[in-house]
Ligand binder design. Sequence first.
Ligand SMILES: [Zn+2]
Length: 194
Amino acid sequence: MDGEREEAIDGGRDDATGGEAGERGASPRGWSSPKIEVRERDGHRGVYATSPIAAGERLATLARVFVERPSKYTIQIDERRHQAGTSETDDFFNHSCEPNCFLDFEALAFVAARPIVVGEQLSFNYLTSEWDMDEPFTCWCERPGDHCVHDVRGFKHLPRARQLALRPWISPFLRRQLEALLAADAASRDPGAS
Ligand SMILES: [Zn+2]
């Protein structure tokens, strides 16, 4: 699998038409668990559990089709590397500020963060992968206890306390960005240090 992870970005493609990414026949396709399916409710598509799911279960792997620029359906993997929208299951995991899934960035797979019951919608926190979103939106998940950030624009735009709270779940790329921010914080607190 290591070889696949090194797949080069095809910089020559017209990324503005990201929906066509799935047509590259040679690209490894994504996988999704038989325990989930994409459904449309109230005009919005989402991924729902069709069987009970245990915490830690792998639910979908990304198709490993990468583009350089973000769009509504991309998932950021590195600074200039985004999982493309391929119309596969992984495109339809909706955002929640307190999600029941997380993205395993090593395996490029969605994993259940806790047990999930039949009929429950699967979600992950877009702010664990996106640095500066192409299409920001307002979240109304209204999780109790001030969990909802409302303004979903990317990790870059979160207050430091929220960034730190997400630290266990964020991508290696966002972790590097956060380390740089924390180093800058430390330098500004102690201008004498080098
Ligand atoms: Zn929210």
